[in-house]
Design a binder for this molecule. Structure first.
Ligand code: NAD
Ligand code: G6P
Ligand code: MN
Length: 450
């Protein structure tokens, strides 16, 4: 059983490999392959991966590190896709250009997400086509390359028969933080229901041992004015280097916004990313246009990893804190177990609506729970959703569809429409200013727009 990781040079690769290796028995994995277009970066990450497999966990899993597509995908059963087209240097642009115009600067939300999407659509299709060409016929591609919403829509439109499942770890990260805040031993003990789009959804219920815990979550936020475990609050600055990457620096405002959003709209618990749409102005006010999350990540997760590699090469010692591991990789690996072993466990996935939410378009890519078995996701149908959420989702889903259509047609006008439609941008003129700056910054990455 071969698992190929596309984007092998990612800062998440060591953590994901660790999660896979810890599940070697259920996955029956014999080989892990890393594939990247940046050889130098991937080779460094591979040093840690090799250490995890051989030294830390003492497995016999074979490791192959390659920049050759055929070698990477031949006979693979699973492909994990985690490419970041343009790497952190371009993430920085995605975040900083909108902020220059007083708009939300975020890698997956608003115009930053659109820019990232326009870079990612076609390279992602290449991953799908290469897997189709070389991997096992019944392979599965788990894609979490961002912006997952736009990538998912592009897959739906351009590769409708691809064996790809688009996923996101944010809902599970929220559940993980709630578990720790409410002192529940493990996030897997919490059951929940949810609907939305990627990075744009709501938990409609949350239970622990059959008991509704949403009132507890709200009471907790009312008390602390933030949704973070007590162990983090008050030590937030010290946590800059903490292991929970969702609890530091730029993310802190996001967890504060959870409280404010739930105070205004208490029916459901929002996804953290909704703060960029419902509290966009306030998010811009707390952003530092000269130092965004991209800078934080480069100075922490990326630096720690590459410093760790250098230290290991010099001394033969490695600090487990050099790389990030946790719920992210565990969740992806558990989903893989469900697909491989036909467990029919419930996971949130991004799929074509096909009537699951009756008052959303049939062809919208929505994020909803599904039973996962060897034939893929079997979506759990929902009822109509309320007008507030439906209105927000329509605006968002149409802007994402316009990005994909604009990319395919090379249409400047459609992309400008998408930017103008985003709730994060106040006028068509500002949309045009941001778009024109982004066209220059993304030269060589974006399709040509006419
Ligand atoms: P990173 O920059 O550290 O790693 C990305 C790697 O992708 C780099 O090594 C880069 O060289 C490689 N790459 C770029 N273009 C490529 C291509 N065309 N083919 C193959 N490889 C290519 O980034 P990161 O912060 O570790 O994140 C990796 C990806 O995972 C990003 O897309 C990020 O948004 C995504 N992510 C998604 C979720 C989710 O919830 N869906 C969670 C975490 C990370
Ligand atoms: C969450 C989201 C991902 C996103 C990540 C960014 O996990 O679900 O889609 O990539 O956050 O985290 P970072 O630490 O890179 O800011
Ligand atoms: Mn995500």
């Amino acid at each position: 059983m071969i698992i190929t990781i596309a984007g092998g040079g990612s800062t998440f690769t060591p953590g994901i490999v660790k999660s896979i290796a810890l599940r070697q028995k259920e996955l029956e994995v014999s080989e892990i392959r890393l594939f990247d277009i940046d050889k130098e970066r991937q080779d460094k990450v591979a040093v840690v991966v090799d250490w995890i497999l051989k030294e830390e966990l003492k497995t016999n899993i074979k490791l192959t590190v390659t920049t050759d597509e055929k070698e990477a995908y031949s006979d693979a059963s699973f492909v994990f896709a985690q490419i970041r087209v343009g790497k952190y240097a371009m993430r920085e642009q995605d975040e900083k250009i909108p902020l220059k115009y007083g708009c939300v600067g975020q890698e997956t939300c608003g115009s930053g997400g659109f820019a990232y999407g326009l870079r990612t659509i076609f390279p992602m299709l290449k991953v799908i086509d290469d897997a189709e060409k070389y991997a096992e016929k019944d392979h599965w591609i788990l894609n979490y390359s961002n912006p997952a919403a736009i990538v998912a829509e592009a897959c739906r439109k351009l590769r409708p028969n691809a064996r790809v499942i688009n996923i996101c770890d944010m809902p599970i990260a929220i559940v993980d933080i709630i578990a720790e805040s409410l002192k529940i031993a493990n996030y897997s003990e919490i059951e929940y229901d949810y609907f939305g789009l990627n990075h744009f959804g709501w938990f409609t219920s949350m239970t622990h041992n059959g008991r509704d815990i949403l009132p507890d979550v709200k009471a907790y936020m009312k008390k602390h004015k933030i949704l973070l475990p007590e162990s983090h609050i008050g030590k937030i600055n010290e946590h800059k280097k903490a292991n929970n990457r969702h609890a530091v620096s730029a993310w802190v405002h996001v967890w504060e916004a959870m409280y404010e959003m739930t105070e205004y709209f208490p029916d459901f618990l929002p996804n953290t990313y909704l703060n960029y749409y419902l509290l966009g102005k306030e998010s811009v006010e707390v952003s530092n246009p000269d130092r965004t999350r991209a800078n934080e990540v480069m100075d922490t997760r990326e630096k720690d990893l590459f410093d760790g590699v250098e230290h290991f090469l010099k001394t033969g010692e490695i600090d487990g804190k050099a790389f990030y591991a946790g719920a992210h990789g565990d969740w992806i690996s558990d989903l893989t177990i469900a697909l491989k072993n036909d467990t029919r466990q419930r996971f949130l996935v991004i799929v074509e609506n096909k009537g699951a939410i009756p008052n959303m378009p049939y062809d919208a890519m929505v994020e909803v729970p599904a039973y996962i078995g060897k034939n893929g996701p079997e979506v759990i149908a929902k009822d109509n959703i309320p007008l507030f959420q439906q209105g927000l989702m329509m605006q968002q889903v149409n802007s994402e569809k316009l990005i994909v259509e604009g990319a395919i047609e090379g249409s400047y006008e459609k992309i400008l429409q998408a930017f103008t439609l985003s709730k994060t941008i106040p006028s068509a003129r500002v949309a045009k200013q941001i778009l024109d700056d982004m066209i220059i910054a993304n030269k060589g990455y974006w399709p040509e727009l006419k």
